[in-house]
Design a protein. Structure first.
Lengths: 198, 304
């Protein structure tokens, strides 16, 4: 017969205490892997929180690569510029307005040499001029001076290819070349001055 | 409780961090949105809704339409498409080039038999532009297109994904989250007749067989025909028509709601949602069917 241990005789166990223990190394490993994955994920889809980039596009350059090609004459753009800038005087159908602006339909000034046509909106036109055998003597302001080369090319192309007109398109390069040639001219053209470009 | 400052700091950081991320940043991003130019022109998008349609937004909100209808179209991707429209004079060379570009046409005897034909369809801009150059050099005419695709677009619910600008003039915005009924982001494009919407609101089943939508008859007034029938009176099929001598006339609320529905057309090509405006006919079949019921529901007849 064994004796029961005398509990009261044992020393009281110490209070439990939290002590500093080393963090297991795997927690660091997993967190770094997760962080790396998050970084890659953000890099692929975050687009740096650009408000213009929506899914399914992943970044601004990805979005840019899907912009429709702008090659060739853009008549829709030309029409938009025409109706905002030119149509007030020359009318939306290009027929002009009596005592205000001559017609564009079948006009030798519109269908003729591009170099001559481009000069008119850039600097304006003043004084007597004959359009389709009709004499005019009015002033046109430099309506196209503020337009970009692309817009000006688009609107002139639209004028040359609408309302039954059929002439070659005008390119951005042609407009650029004319702007470079005329330099810092500030006076509007007269019909006589434009003779050499006929 | 000897960690008071630490707990306070942690709670403060958590709350202010989420406030910044979910309230401040989005309002900085979206609050600065303005009208933008549509692609290839200087037309501004979006424009404010006409006054009646603006009132219709309030009716849409009050009737709880947004509980069953979403206004957000998803998109899975975008692809380039090159449509050969004219073969030009050098048909033999063009046919060879087309066979090389489009493997699915390589087996056919004459790939130019039925124009227009898609000669390139894919997501790689470089290949697309190379194909375009090849064909143009041979004198053929190829139309370049940028086409969004995805399940919602295939259903005919929209032409591109919905973006934040589409809601610029709406307050509150009601994009919805449930799709008990079809998505309405571009309903004005596929059903442009307000009279169709009025008949559909009065008796949904008269326009869409098996429609789950409840009728909104309290937005209409059935009254005795006075001296002459009202020009606004609905032209209903016989089983929904009122008794002889009576007519169904929409209230101002119904007219506003129909005007709002017709004004829903999120189809502008923008920098942030690029696409080409295609002149192909608008999709008509099955476009107004609710999700998951497209196969069995016949297309709504758009009668005058």
């Amino acid at each position: 017969m064994s004796r029961e241990p005398d509990i009261t005789a044992l020393p009281e166990p110490a209070e439990p205490r939290a002590e500093n223990a080393p963090v297991p190394i795997w927690i660091f490993t997993v967190s770094f892997v997760a962080l790396f994955w998050a970084m890659l994920y953000f890099d692929q889809r975050g687009a740096w929180f650009n408000p213009q980039v929506y899914a399914p596009y992943k970044s601004l350059s990805h979005l840019q690569s899907f912009q429709p090609p702008t090659g060739g004459p853009n008549l829709e753009r030309g029409r938009s510029v025409y109706e905002n800038v030119c149509a007030l005087c020359h009318n939306t159908d290009g027929a002009g307005k009596p005592n205000q602006a001559p017609t564009f339909i079948g006009s030798e000034w519109v269908l003729g040499n591009p170099a001559r046509l481009i000069r008119i909106p850039i600097h304006g036109l003043t004084g007597p001029i004959t359009v389709k055998g009709e004499s005019w003597n009015l002033n046109m302001a430099a309506m196209g001076a503020a337009l970009s080369d692309e817009d000006l090319a688009a609107v002139l192309t639209y004028m040359r290819q609408s309302w039954g007109n059929k002439a070659s398109p005008i390119t951005e390069e042609q407009v650029k070349a004319v702007r470079a040639e005329t330099g810092n001219r500030s006076q509007p053209w007269t019909a006589d001055e434009l003779k050499p470009f006929e | 409780m000897n960690r008071g400052p630490l707990i306070f700091l942690a709670a403060f950081l958590a709350l202010s961090g989420s406030w910044y991320t979910y309230v401040v940043r989005p309002s900085m991003q979206l609050g600065r949105f303005q009208q933008t130019n549509m692609l290839g022109g200087s037309t501004l998008y979006p424009t404010a809704r006409p006054g009646l349609a603006q009132q219709g937004l309030e009716v849409y909100r009050a009737q709880g339409c947004a509980y069953c209808h979403s206004q957000q179209v998803g998109q899975e991707g975008t692809r380039f498409q090159l449509l050969l429209t004219e073969a030009g004079t050098n048909t033999a060379e063009v046919a060879t080039a087309v066979k090389k570009l489009a493997p699915q046409l390589a087996g056919t005897a004459d790939p130019l038999a039925s124009l227009p034909v898609a000669v390139y369809s894919g997501e790689r801009r470089y290949d697309f532009e190379a194909a375009s150059r090849t064909l143009n050099a041979l004198g053929a005419k190829a139309v370049p297109q940028v086409v969004p695709y995805g399940a919602d677009i295939a259903r005919g619910w929209g032409k591109r994904r919905t973006i934040a600008e589409d809601f610029l003039f709406d307050s509150p915005t009601l994009p919805g989250s449930q799709r008990v009924g079809p998505d309405l982001a571009s309903v004005g494009l596929r059903l442009p007749d307000p009279r169709w919407h009025l008949r559909h609101l009065y008796a949904p089943a008269s326009e869409v067989k098996g429609s789950k939508m409840p009728p909104y008859r309290y937005l209409f007034e059935t009254r005795r025909v006075a001296r002459a029938p009202s020009p606004d009176a609905l032209q209903l099929p016989r089983e929904y028509a009122p008794p002889a001598g009576y007519e169904v006339v929409p209230t101002p609320d119904a007219l506003a709601l129909a005007a709002y529905l017709v004004s829903l057309r999120a189809d502008a090509p923008l920098f942030s949602a690029p696409m080409t405006i295609t002149s192909t006919a608008a999709p008509t079949a099955d476009t107004n069917a609710p999700a998951g019921a497209t196969a069995t529901t016949p297309a709504p007849a758009i009668n005058q």
